[in-house]
Write a protein that binds this ligand. Structure first.
Ligand code: NIG
Ligand code: FE
Length: 412
């Protein structure tokens, strides 16, 4: 048997199709082959279709016995490299403090910045690898990871280099798409000089990161009391001009014009969107911006969920992701994300699957390579423990994944 040669037989193959995000009512259409075969040769999918009369030699065989096989899940929004933890802030929030009031008192992101500046490269890497292992068991095969807990040259680079080192391991279980989030908060050294900080990011950090090939995308926390729409436009336009994909933390705490800006810049994605305006939703739909919803964050912040149902009905391409981070949402739970999307945002199970696979891939600029089960795409798959995909939200918060397959290798 040759490495990364795998054939899955008797699979209920369920997958969105294509190499770009799927919008609106089409999110509900998946290809459904009841007794199908998927062939993976050297890590790449080489056949998808009905079971064939004969099985070629040299392949490992996996009999799915009618179980559902999906594209590997793509968690397109996480902050998985960080130092320390913030459980005390969680307890304060449970007692009624707001996320922003904790940030204004000098806690929040800045608290993790301190811990991340102090942490060694090895500590950060081991911690991130632990999360990756946990996520891989829940079916994640690609994750997006952001910097943003350094807010200085040295530590931002350290976070990005941790992700690069993980990506260079040939036996990695998950690929990381890297995003530079130097504009995650205003560093203490720049309080009151936010524009100077944006200048520093544009003039020093973006060229350096580009030269070292440390990030594919650039993101900013566009929010009242953090960075303005004007500052966000300036940074993201500069990043876009340099060839970075652009993403934005938009309208998370208040309605602030972030979704509208994402439309104007034709960003890859706008994320959070708990308070996105009608005009913002329209701007995302018109400009093919992936609306990335993070229901675990709304859940843990006790905030109302984003208007996901309306976004789909109005023609947006919606993705789902976890937002794993030490502050607003210390969870990378894929099962709970499916449950919240279906129970509270009224997604159908198939819409949620499109949101977790192909639309997540589009949100990180990789829909040409991953996110669906089609010939030529990477052999990244999930085998569920049932013959119906309904198990995903129905097993509320419990893992419905039987196997995770990365580039044709069964890793779980
Ligand atoms: O996506 N909102 C900004 N950033 C993160 C939270 C980061 C943190 O609290 O450490 C988010 O929710
Ligand atoms: Fe985030």
């Amino acid at each position: 048997i040759i490495m990364n040669h795998l054939i899955i037989i008797n699979a209920r193959v369920l997958t969105p199709l294509g190499t770009s995000a799927i919008a609106g009512k089409h999110m509900d259409n998946l290809l459904d082959i009841p007794y199908g075969t998927i062939e993976i040769t050297e890590g790449i999918i080489t056949y998808v279709g009905k079971n064939r009369p004969a099985i070629p030699e040299g392949y490992k065989i996996l009999d799915a016995e009618g179980r559902v096989v999906l594209p590997g899940f793509i968690d397109s929004h996480t902050h998985l490299v960080f130092g320390g933890y913030r459980p005390e802030e969680f307890i304060w929030r449970m007692k009624g403090d707001s996320y922003m009031s904790i940030m204004e008192r000098g806690g929040g992101i800045i608290n993790t910045v301190r811990a991340t500046r102090e942490a060694s490269f090895e500590t950060l890497k081991e911690k991130a690898e632990w999360y990756i292992e946990v996520m891989s068991r829940m079916g994640v095969t690609t994750v997006e990871g952001k910097s943003g807990y350094g807010l200085d040259k040295e530590t931002e680079l350290k976070q990005l280099e941790v992700m690069k080192a993980i990506n260079e391991n040939p036996n990695r279980k998950v690929d990381i798409a890297t995003t530079f989030l130097g504009a995650h908060a205003v560093p203490t050294e720049y309080k009151g000089k936010e524009d100077d900080y944006i200048d520093f990011l544009i003039k020093e950090m973006l060229p350096l990161i580009q030269e070292k090939k440390l990030a594919e995308h650039c993101d900013i926390f566009c929010e009242k009391g953090v960075f303005t729409v004007e500052q966000s436009r300036r940074l993201l336009q500069a990043a876009k001009d340099k060839g970075f994909g652009v993403k934005i933390h938009a309208d998370e705490i208040v309605s602030f014009g972030g979704a509208e800006l994402a439309g104007e810049l034709q960003a890859l994605s706008a994320d959070h969107l708990l308070h996105a305006s009608d005009a913002g939703i329209q701007a995302m739909a018109d400009n093919h911006v992936v609306a990335t919803l993070l229901p675990l964050t709304a859940f843990t912040l006790r905030e109302p969920y984003a208007r996901g149902r309306e976004m789909i009905d109005r023609g947006c391409a919606v993705a789902l992701a976890t937002d794993l981070n030490p502050g607003s949402c210390c969870s990378g739970s894929i099962p709970l994300t499916f449950a919240l999307a279906c129970i509270y945002m009224h997604f159908s199970v198939t819409e949620a699957i499109t949101a977790m696979t192909l639309n997540g891939a589009a949100a990180i600029g990789r829909a040409d390579r991953i996110g669906s089960i089609e010939v030529g795409k990477q052999g990244d798959l999930v085998v569920l423990d049932a013959e119906t995909p309904a198990i995903l939200p129905y097993y509320t918060g419990m893992n419905a994944v039987r196997h995770t397959i990365k580039r044709g290798k069964i890793i779980y």
